[in-house]
Design a protein around this ligand. Structure first.
Ligand code: ASP
Length: 436
C-alpha cells in the first residue's frame, strides 16, 4: 500500500473555505489516510493564531486575570468553522472543560495544545474519519524528548483500515500530562506519524509552493527549489529558511520517506520534494542567512603544540551549558561562533573561565555577526565556485569576517557584519543561481 501522511498547517485550516480545499485534496486520493492538522492560523496578516490566543489565555489565567477576550475569539472561530462546514460541534462546552482543566496546569502545554485537539476533532467529523488522541500514543521522556516507544504505540493505533485524523503539536509524558513540541511542531507530528504508519510519502501542505533558493524578502523573485536532500534542507532551515520545522526531517530520514511540500491553495503546483539523495543539475540549491551570532576568538602562541587546549575551551562552555554552531581554527587561534540567545548572560563567564583555565594571549569577542550558508550537493568538486562566490562579495563591497567549509564540500559558511547580510545574500545569489 502506498499510504500517504498529510499534514495541514495553520493557514490550510484557517477557515471553512480552506477546509473544503483540504477535503477535496484528501478525497482525491484514497491513499491519503493519515491526516495531521495544526490549529487554525491567520486568515489575514492582522489576524491572530488560535495557538497564540491559547497561550494568552493561559498567561492571563495564571496571573489571576480575566481571560474572557481570547476565549471569546477562540469560541467564535470554531463556532464559525463548525457552522460553515455543517459539522455538529459544541465549542462552548469544549471550552468550558478546557478552562477548568487548564486552570490546574501551571505549564502552558495543555492549553496550547487545545487548538490542534479541537481542530482534529472537527476535521475527523468533517471527513468521517477516526480521531486519534496523541496523549495515548505520542510519548515524551523525562527530558521532554520524543520517546521511541511512540512508534510502536502509534503503529498499533493506526493499524486498522480507514482514515485517521491526528492533532499535531503534542503528546504526553509518562504520567499522562500533556507536552507540546516547540512552536510549529505539527510538522514533527506529521513526520512521526508518517514513520509509524509506514507511509511511503509525507505530504506537508502549507500556503507556499515549496522552498525558494533564497529569502524572497531579500532576493527579488528567487527561483523555486524542486528537489532537495534532507541534508541540504537541514543546513538551510537551520540557517533561517523557514517552511518546515527543522526537527521534522529526522523521523522520516531514518526510514528514507520523502517529504513533499505542497500548496493547499494551489495543489497543481509542483512544490518541493525532500529526498535522501538526488542528482543535482546545478551546483547550489539554496542560500540562507541569519543575524544574531557572536564570535569568541582565543589566541595563543604555539597553540597547535599544546595538547588538550581545544578540550579545555570546550569544557568551559559545556559547563556553562552553552552550545556553539561553528569552530573555525587557525594555527594559533580557535574561534567559537555562538548564537546570541545561547551566549546570553554567560558572555562574561565564558571569557573569565577561558582566561583562568587556558591562559590565552588574548580573547576577542566580536558581536553583530551574520552567518550565511551557501548549500548544494552539487558544489562538491566544483572548480571555480568558491572564486565566484568570493569575487561576488568583493564586488558588492562586503567584508568577510570568517569562512568555514565542512569537508563534505556541500556548503560554504561565511560570517559578515550584520548590516551586510542582505547585500551579501543578493550578491551570492546573483553569482551562483545558475552556476552549473
Ligand atoms: N499550532 C502550533 C504553533 O502555532 C503548532 C503548529 O502549528 O505546528 O506553533
Amino acid at each position: 500500500m502506498n499510504n500517504i501522511t498529510c499534514k495541514y498547517g495553520g493557514t490550510s485550516v484557517a477557515d471553512a473555505a480552506c477546509l473544503r480545499r483540504v477535503q477535496a485534496i484528501i478525497d482525491d486520493d484514497p491513499n491519503r489516510r493519515f491526516i495531521v492538522v495544526s490549529a487554525p492560523g491567520k486568515r489575514t496578516p492582522e489576524d491572530r493564531k488560535v495557538t497564540d490566543l491559547l497561550y494568552a489565555w493561559h498567561g492571563l489565567t495564571q496571573q489571576g486575570l480575566d481571560a474572557a477576550e481570547p476565549r471569546a475569539i477562540i469560541a467564535e472561530r470554531f463556532e464559525e468553522l463548525a457552522t460553515d462546514l455543517g459539522v455538529p460541534f459544541n465549542v462552548y462546552a469544549e471550552l468550558e472543560e478546557i478552562a477548568q482543566t487548564g486552570a490546574d496546569h501551571p505549564e502552558p502545554d495543555f492549553m496550547a495544545s487545545r487548538g490542534e485537539h479541537l481542530m482534529a476533532r472537527l476535521v475527523a467529523a468533517l471527513l468521517n474519519a477516526t480521531y486519534v488522541e496523541p496523549a495515548d500514543c505520542i510519548r515524551f521522556d523525562d527530558e521532554g524528548v520524543l520517546d521511541e516507544a511512540t512508534y510502536e504505540l502509534l503503529a498499533e493505533r493506526l493499524g486498522s483500515d480507514g482514515r485517521f485524523v491526528i492533532p499535531g503539536f503534542y503528546g504526553a509524558m509518562d504520567d499522562g500530562s500533556i507536552k507540546t513540541f516547540s512552536r510549529g511542531g505539527s510538522d514533527v507530528t506529521g513526520a512521526v506519524v508518517a514513520r509509524a504508519s509506514g507511509s511511503s510519502l509525507y505530504e506537508n501542505w502549507t500556503d507556499v509552493s515549496g522552498f525558494l533558493m533564497a529569502d524572497p524578502r531579500i532576493v527579488d523573485n528567487p527561483k523555486p527549489i524542486r528537489e532537495i536532500t534532507y541534508t541540504e534542507l537541514r543546513e538551510l532551515s537551520y540557517m533561517g529558511a523557514q517552511v518546515l520545522h527543522d526537527e521534522a526531517i529526522f523521523p522520516v530520514r531514518a526510514e528514507g520517506i520523502p517529504i513533499h511540500i505542497r500548496n493547499t491553495n494551489s495543489p497543481g503546483d509542483p512544490g518541493t520534494h525532500i529526498l535522501a539523495d538526488r542528482t543535482p543539475d546545478q551546483a547550489v540549491c539554496g542560500i540562507a542567512g541569519r543575524r544574531g551570532f557572536t564570535m569568541v576568538t582565543i589566541e595563543k602562541a604555539l597553540m597547535n603544540k599544546e595538547r588538550g587546549f581545544g578540550r579545555k575551551i570546550l569544557s568551559v562552555i559545556e559547563e556553562l551549558g552553552v552550545s556553539f554552531e561553528h569552530m573555525p581554527t587557525g594555527i594559533d587561534t580557535i574561534s567559537l561562533i555562538i548564537k546570541d540567545e545561547e551566549l546570553g548572560k554567560h558572555s562574561a563567564a565564558v571569557r573569565k573561565n577561558i582566561e583562568r583555565r587556558c591562559d590565552p594571549d588574548s580573547i576577542i569577542v566580536s558581536r553583530d555577526l551574520a552567518i550565511i550558508a551557501t548549500v548544494g550537493q552539487g558544489m562538491s568538486g566544483h572548480v571555480g565556485l568558491a572564486a565566484e562566490l568570493f569575487n561576488a562579495l568583493a564586488g558588492a563591497d562586503v567584508n568577510i569576517r570568517v569562512i568555514d567549509q565542512g569537508s563534505s564540500e556541500n556548503n560554504i559558511i561565511i560570517g559578515v557584519n550584520s548590516d551586510d547580510l542582505e547585500r551579501a545574500v543578493c550578491a551570492i545569489y546573483d553569482a551562483l543561481v545558475d552556476f552549473k
